[in-house]
Design a protein. Structure first.
Length: 264
């Protein structure tokens, strides 16, 4: 009985271009994967090689260079007054807090209940839930920043002003009492502080990358237009005979990161 040999032919086609080399950039803080080349149209395409077929995407886009990206990053860093290292620290904090998101809804409700009971005891007023929510930052702020601020800082806070206006009491008396109350929750304060910083960092990062992408889009409108083909590890196979021996398996894997045809 003739032995059957099985050969695997893996063909990886890496068609690289300098059109938008995000992966090639050195990442020292800025997440360049969040910087997107403007794409206005996208269509499915099929590449056929003999009996093999591979699915991909055809996108209408503009020519953007690595220099364009780095220039946009540098300009926006100056605009927001940040360094790449600071952007990297913000990215790390957001990821860490998202992973360690241990301050639960129950935690928030518990602290809110304590605040409400404290106000009732000190002033005789049963504070509306909406005011507590404002003070905890559910409406105006993502987190209860009074646990983070100094007494003076908390007194100036918008949500604090809403609360104090409703109570009609001295600003310092109420805020000072709340700050004493907050000492009971040192662990909660740390959780809230981390989350507050993470939310603020995330907002800053969203604005940062939005500014960069806006600059990239503006540049793209002044550049050549073209079509880019991409295929992500698309695989197909067929059996064939090799020197008279049947049953050989041929596997092709096509990985086209970007192949661009430019036109004016």
């Amino acid at each position: 009985m003739r032995k059957r040999s099985i050969s695997r032919i893996i063909v990886s086609i890496m068609l690289m271009t300098i059109t938008f080399p995000v992966q090639g950039a050195i990442n020292t803080g800025v997440d360049r994967s969040k910087i997107k080349a403007p794409i206005s149209e996208r269509y499915p395409v099929i590449l056929r090689i003999g009996e093999l077929s591979f699915e991909g995407k055809l996108a209408h886009m503009s020519e953007i260079t690595g220099e364009d990206i780095e220039k946009a990053i540098e300009e926006v860093l100056k605009e927001v007054g940040k360094t790449e290292a600071e952007i990297g620290e913000a990215e790390a904090l957001v990821k860490k807090v998202a992973k360690d998101n241990t301050f639960t809804k129950e935690d928030s409700e518990r602290v809110g209940k304590e605040i409400r009971e404290f106000i009732l005891k000190q002033t005789g007023m049963d504070t509306p839930v909406e005011i507590i929510e404002h003070f905890l930052g559910i409406n105006d702020r993502p987190l209860d920043e009074f646990l983070l601020d100094s007494m003076e800082g908390a007194a100036k806070d918008k949500a604090a002003q809403i609360l104090l206006g409703e109570l009609g009491g001295p600003v310092t008396d109420v805020v000072e009492g709340l700050m004493f109350l907050s000492e009971k929750y040192e662990q909660d304060k740390k959780k809230w502080k981390d989350r507050a910083e993470a939310v603020n960092s995330n907002r800053m990062l969203q604005d940062f990358y939005r500014r960069i992408n806006n600059k990239i889009e503006k540049i793209s409108k002044q550049r050549q237009q073209g079509w880019a083909v991409s295929m992500d590890q698309e695989t197909d196979s067929r059996y064939f005979s090799f020197f008279g021996v049947p049953g050989n398996l041929e596997i092709w894997t096509i990985d086209i990161m970007r192949f661009v045809i430019l036109y004016m």
